[in-house]
Design a binder for this molecule. Structure first.
Ligand SMILES: Cc1cc2nc3c(=O)[nH]c(=O)nc-3n(C[C@H](O)[C@H](O)[C@H](O)COP(=O)(O)O)c2cc1C
Length: 167
């Protein structure tokens, strides 16, 4: 019995919605596919996003006042691939998708109409990821997407491996 490998097998069977998280700082823009998220309070409304320290997105997000959180629909596997399999260290993902500048300067993806902007209240070191504690300051409800979930993107190969981080 190995607790870590058993744990990995247990969580591999779970399923949850996938998001694209975006950030901007100065002229820099970043975004990546994220599965480690959860709402963590109802009153007041709060949300947690966990970013790998290896990701380009983390290097921008740690300086950003707010993050954009975009829910993906089942038909958006291609957008998930762009943000999950390539890195902003090598390509400008924002040249390959439709977006606009939103509240707090956050890049908003126009093809994701269920989304919110969260002001960063605090960050917590979690190991190879860091948690961003968000308070929603702007939200837009789309037409009711059926979420793209973790089990539907298991074919994607992350643009960065988490263990490349400093954590
Ligand atoms: C299924 C899947 C889930 C992922 N979940 C997360 C996550 O929760 N947090 C994170 O920081 N990266 C996650 N990633 C990895 C990033 O999306 C990926 O490494 C991306 O290429 C990083 O881009 P960047 O370097 O431009 O930030 C996930 C990737 C995949 C394929």
């Amino acid at each position: 019995m190995n607790a870590e490998s058993d744990f990995n097998e247990v969580v591999a069977d779970t399923d949850y919605a996938m998001y694209i998280v975006t950030a901007a700082y100065g002229e820099q823009r970043a975004g990546c596919l994220v599965g480690f998220t959860t709402q963590c309070s109802m009153t007041p409304p709060r949300f947690l996003v966990c970013l790998s320290k290896a990701n380009h997105t983390y290097t921008v997000a740690r300086r950003a006042p707010a993050l954009g959180v975009h829910l993906l629909g089942q038909d958006q596997h291609e957008l998930a691939s762009l943000f999950g399999e390539s890195t902003g260290d090598e390509v400008d993902k924002f040249e390959r998708c439709r977006w606009k500048v939103g509240p707090e300067g956050v890049p908003l993806l126009l093809d994701c109409d269920s989304r919110f902007v969260g002001s960063v209240l605090a960050r917590f070191d979690l190991g190879d990821h860091e948690a961003f504690h968000l308070a929603p300051v702007h939200a837009h409800k789309g037409t009711g997407v059926r979420p793209l979930t973790f089990q539907a993107v298991l074919d994607l190969v992350p643009g960065h491996r988490a263990e490349e981080g400093s954590g």
